[in-house]
Design a binder for this molecule. Structure first.
Ligand code: PGA
Length: 250
């Protein structure tokens, strides 16, 4: 059985004070959730959120990290620094990083391997643009991002990988992939992981769906065979919306 994981990607929202206050309220609202609960605040908010979530069922992720461990890399934050503040997971390859900051598959892969070596869990984001979908390139794009993103990762390390399928056209737009479309994309990803790492690794892989997930659509998405969680952006910013998503089956 795969344990559902619901993660909130705060993007560039909530400073240290607001973030700490928010997770205290959230912790109360999601304490009985059967899903794994993760929040991903901005770097400067991480340590306050880690402190505020002590003793709760909320885990803390970073939204990005450096491809280096230390040194002259102005503006970067290393895996070691993240671990020191108590971060357990890191989101890598989000489409905003891929498109706005020109992160390549190769660069993302370097970070994936470093995060795993450093003992962090990775949420690796993949997903097609509308143009790619309309041109019939869904399968090729997902395959490419999965193969390149996970290049050099061992089957044992796959225990520490979550894949998030986020169709770029559904992020922040209010458009959601239909549960069937999302499930089909998830099945493609699971199939590719089976080819790369074997059936049992693929069967236990958590694949989140991301893109305009909200309280009103979470249930039907989670009911699909290959959907094992959600990566939530906009709706993760209020307890009123995020708590019912996390507790969708309570
Ligand atoms: P959204 O963002 O829920 O606001 O569409 C999802 C994401 O980018 O992770």
């Amino acid at each position: 059985m795969r344990k559902v994981c619901i993660a909130g990607n705060w993007k560039m929202n909530m400073g240290p004070q607001e973030g700490a206050k928010f997770v205290k309220e959230l912790a109360e609202a999601v304490k009985d959730a059967s899903a794994r609960v993760v929040v991903a605040p901005p770097f400067v908010t991480l340590s306050g959120v880690v402190a505020a979530t002590k003793g709760t069922n909320i885990e803390v992720a970073a939204q990005n990290m450096s491809d280096h461990l230390k040194g002259a890399f102005t503006g970067e934050v290393s895996a070691e620094m993240l671990k020191e503040v108590g971060v357990k997971l890191v989101i890598l390859g989000h489409s905003e990083r891929r498109t706005l900051y020109q992160e390549s598959d190769e660069f993302i892969n370097a970070k994936v391997k470093l995060a795993l070596e450093e003992g962090l869990e990775v949420i690796l984001c993949v997903g097609e643009t509308l143009d790619e979908r309309e041109k019939g390139q869904l399968e090729a794009v997902l395959k490419h991002q999965v193969v390149e993103g996970l290049r050099g990762v061992t089957p044992q390390q796959m225990d520490s990988i979550i894949v998030a399928y986020e169709p770029v056209w559904a992020i922040g737009t209010g458009k959601t992939a239909t549960p069937d479309d999302a499930n089909q994309a998830h099945a493609l990803i699971r199939g590719e992981v089976a080819t790369l790492f074997g059936k049992s690794v693929a069967e236990s892989l958590i694949i989140q769906y991301g893109g305009s997930v909200k309280p009103s659509n979470v249930k039907e998405l989670m009911a699909m065979e290959h959907i094992d969680g959600a990566l939530v952006g906009g709706a993760s910013l209020t307890v009123e919306q995020f708590a019912p998503i996390v507790c969708y089956n309570n």
